[in-house]
Design a protein around this ligand. Structure first.
Ligand code: ATP
Ligand code: MG
Length: 366
């Protein structure tokens, strides 16, 4: 459901649309109002969010067992997965190869049948209210499945048709602009680069203006520049109220973009919390010290800090900040007869947490 958008001379008047973050692909808020917005900033009609759910996606006890075939044993790909994704959040689903990320996403998209459990998208149950659930979600699949003989404009029009968006309400030019492909609108898709195709898939997922956008490893195989561009577009959509669910192998990407992160391993959620809490989980920090004079070896007194002398004047020690303040570590180093010329500390990052959590869970691989 989207509120009407009346256009007048480059200015759009939004009727009965929510009064909050104005945006180009969606908007979140609750109080009905009439306001004027600039078409340059907000060029797609706004969802009527009169019945906005607290959670964009709610998954409860979801399981999936793929049936075995020939010599292939059945695969328990999802095991009792429960997740709640807040409306408006940028949510990261991380996990190693085969963890169950695509299975979960494909169940939400209606491409894979679940074995057990339930899921709601934008408050619509995927079983009881399948059509509304499908309308509420746009999925960018892991595989680049674009027909090479269509132009981006034709593909977006086709997709809009599939979703029953009437021609008069289609916003193909706006979607093309939103994903930075206006100048490629009439080009054959086969002439687009990998990153452009990925962005076209984002556009395809958005033509029916769903409030939830799901991206299954969208940056795989995309170079650094195009990845940055893609994230600028997706971040902008999220800033304007679209809930984003992202799977990625690039941990630094998830750390930078996502406000909440779940880690899945062997079909089970092993952690789910706000990114800042997740990063605060590991009570471990490294202190890298440049010594004023080269050392022959590591003094035994520093054994508790797991010292490593990577060069005669470069010592790295580890400590738990909740138990030992950094100044005590520095004092202990000096007490051991080493003179500190300079130092820096390194916080644990998502990669450390990811490795720890997915390794702890290794015995659950069945
Ligand atoms: N159609 C299928 N039939 C049988 N097994 C399947 C099928 N699809 C996926 N699987 C298995 O289910 C498990 C989860 O696969 P899934 O594709 O969900 O993982 P993923 O986390 O998306 O991995 P990746 O990071 O490699 O994309 C894997 O062991 C996979 O081999
Ligand atoms: Mg996958």
């Amino acid at each position: 459901m989207f509120a009407a958008l009346h256009q007048r001379a480059g200015v759009a008047e939004l009727v009965d649309a929510p009064d909050s973050k104005s945006g180009f692909l969606g908007s979140v808020g609750s109080s009905p109002t009439t306001r004027t917005i600039d078409c340059q900033e907000s060029f797609l009609s706004q969802p009527d969010n009169s019945a906005e759910p607290e959670y964009a996606v709610e998954i409860e006890g979801l399981s999936k067992i793929y049936g075995g075939s020939n010599k292939q044993a059945p695969k328990h790909a999802l095991k009792d997965v429960s997740l709640k994704i807040r409306r408006g959040s940028f949510f990261g689903l991380l996990g190693p190869n085969g963890a169950g990320k695509s299975t979960l996403i494909n169940i939400l998209a209606g491409l894979v049948n679940k074995t057990d459990g339930s899921a709601k998208i934008w408050g619509h149950d995927i079983d009881a209210d399948m059509r509304a659930a499908r309308r509420s979600i746009g999925v960018v699949p892991q595989e680049l499945n674009i027909d090479p003989f269509f132009t981006p404009r034709e593909l977006l029009d086709l997709q809009a048709g599939l979703y029953g968006v009437p021609e008069a309400e289609r916003q193909t030019d706006e979607v093309l602009e939103a994903v930075g492909l206006s100048d490629k609108a009439e080009a054959y898709t086969r002439s687009l680069s990998g990153g452009m195709r990925r962005r076209l898939l984002v556009g395809k997922a958005m033509v029916h203006r769903p409030p939830v956008l799901v991206l299954d490893e969208p940056s795989a195989g995309v170079d650094v520049d195009l990845r940055r561009q893609l994230w600028t577009h997706v971040k902008r959509m999220n800033d304007e109220g679209i809930t984003v669910l992202l799977t990625t192998h690039y941990l630094e990407e998830a750390e930078a973009l996502c406000d909440e992160i779940a880690i899945i391993n062997h079909g089970r959620i092993v952690a789910c919390e706000p990114t800042v809490d997740m990063l605060g989980r590991l009570d471990a920090r490294e202190l890298q010290v440049t010594l004023a004079k080269p050392a022959d070896g590591v003094p035994t007194e520093l054994g508790a800090y797991n010292p490593v002398l990577s060069a005669p004047d470069c010592l790295t020690v580890s400590f738990a900040p909740s138990k030992t303040p950094a100044r005590k570590v520095l004092a202990d180093i000096e007490k051991a007869g080493l003179e500190v010329a300079d130092f820096s500390t390194k916080e644990s990052d998502l990669e450390d947490i990811f490795i720890r959590l997915t390794h702890d869970d290794a015995d659950d691989a069945a």
